[in-house]
Ligand binder design. Structure first.
Ligand code: SF4
Length: 65
């Protein structure tokens, strides 16, 4: 099952690391104030790696309800 996740835009410092690690699901360019999630169809281990390398730990798994 695909897990979903989100970026806390208030916390994101726009470093671009997540998009470098997992460009299929994260997008960032210099015109953006924060990174964006573009989809959930990517390897979950890469998403976890992006989370682990986010300097402000603002990428979170969406809790299943
Ligand atoms: S790694 Fe974290 S702080 Fe950096 S752009 Fe991605 S979400 Fe924002």
């Amino acid at each position: 099952m695909t897990k979903s996740f989100y970026i806390d835009n208030e916390e994101c410092i726009a470093c671009g690391t997540c998009a470098e690690i997992c460009p299929d699901c994260f997008k960032f360019d210099d015109s953006m104030e924060h990174a964006a999630v573009t989809g959930f169809d990517c390897p979950m281990d890469l998403v976890q790696e992006a989370m682990d390398n986010c300097p402000v730990t603002c990428i979170h798994w969406e809790e299943a309800q």
